[in-house]
Ligand binder design. Structure first.
Ligand SMILES: Cc1cc2nc3c(=O)[nH]c(=O)nc-3n(C[C@H](O)[C@H](O)[C@H](O)COP(=O)(O)OP(=O)(O)OC[C@H]3O[C@@H](n4cnc5c(N)ncnc54)[C@H](O)[C@@H]3O)c2cc1C
Length: 290
């Protein structure tokens, strides 16, 4: 057995979600943030095009909500869409306060356009937005007195009171494999947050990082949590493919700025998602309990 740690909050994941939360919790909370590889190994560092938010006077939250519902072919949960859109500007302001160097033009933040958006609303840092965000948040976390960052630490399972045969089930920590010492450490915490990113690495061809293997979803499921919408995965239609090298994304901004996907004979494809053709008859969103 490895070491034992005690924190107020254990955050599993060091991407925008994990570090964003760590930096917004009260400074008196002792916080541990884990990354299964190095701190930049998640999807956040790879994001390119930018972040959508209503930042221009000619744009409105309702237009952003409508675009999102349309792009989600009416399958999105409306209250989740509204909440996300309405928090957009505040979240961008917070990132600016942290020091993220978003690209400016004539003294204003430059907004670009991406597929599905009726307005220019993508704030970006050149074409490496995620890298700029990840590096800034890591720097802020390293400067803080209450956040400890752990690399090469893979959460394996949550520790629950039920697993220890105790009454009043609750999550009280996690078992964590330290890849350097090859020992399993115990992280105890009053609150545990799963911010482990996506599961797209379940597919052979993906623009996601190798670490996007859905660990948090599996960990949550094993602890008895309900999981939902697992059938939704984003696939970028513009990747540079090479049979011997790892594929990588060609930015979505290419299509937002007017680029079209053409077959060798010049015929356009993937210009429209048609629910009647692309979804099984009677399709509804689902969630599952273990
Ligand atoms: C190529 C690419 C381009 C993208 N471009 C854009 C874009 O332009 N605009 C946009 O809005 N979005 C974009 N996205 C999506 C966006 O990057 C993600 O939605 C977002 O970064 C997810 O952040 P996150 O913190 O949830 O996850 P991640 O950044 O993936 O972080 C997950 C963290 O969890 C850790 N972790 C995972 N499992 C474990 C475990 N078992 N134990 C310990 N730690 C674990 C990882 O080490 C990592 O630190 C893009 C994604 C990709 C892959």
């Amino acid at each position: 057995m490895g070491k034992e740690f005690q924190y107020d909050v254990l955050i599993i994941g060091s991407g925008a979600a994990g570090l964003g939360l760590a930096l917004q919790l009260p400074g008196e909370q002792r916080i541990a943030v884990l990354s299964k590889a190095n701190l930049t190994s998640g999807s956040t560092y790879q994001a390119q095009g930018g972040i959508a938010a209503v930042l221009d006077n000619t744009d409105t939250p309702q237009a952003h909500i409508d675009d999102t519902i349309t792009a989600g072919v009416n399958l999105s949960r409306p209250e989740a869409v509204s909440f996300t859109v309405e928090q957009g500007k505040n979240s961008i302001d917070w990132l600016i306060d942290q020091g993220v160097p978003f690209t400016q033009h004539d003294g204003e933040y430059h907004l670009t356009k991406e597929g599905g958006h009726s307005h220019r609303r993508i704030i970006h840092s050149a074409d490496a937005t995620g890298q700029a965000i990840q590096q800034t948040l890591i720097q802020r976390a390293q400067e803080s007195n209450n956040i400890d960052l752990f690399e090469d630490c893979i959460a394996v399972d949550l520790i629950t009171r039920r697993k220890l045969n105790l009454a009043n089930n609750a999550c009280i920590g996690a078992y964590v494999l330290n890849n350097k010492t090859e020992k399993v450490d115990v992280f105890k915490a009053r609150a545990v947050v799963l911010a482990t990113g996506g599961a797209s690495k379940a597919y052979l061809y993906t623009s996601n990082s190798d670490g996007a293997s859905g660990d948090g979803i599996a960990i949550a499921w094993r602890a008895g949590c309900r999981v939902s919408n697992l059938e939704f995965n984003q696939f970028h239609p513009t990747c540079l493919y090479h049979p011997q090298a790892k594929s990588f994304l060609i930015t979505e901004a290419v299509r937002g700025e007017g680029g079209k996907l053409l077959l060798p004979d010049g015929k356009r494809f993937m210009d429209k998602f048609d629910p009647a053709v692309n979804l099984p008859p009677g399709y509804r969103r689902q969630s599952h309990r273990p």
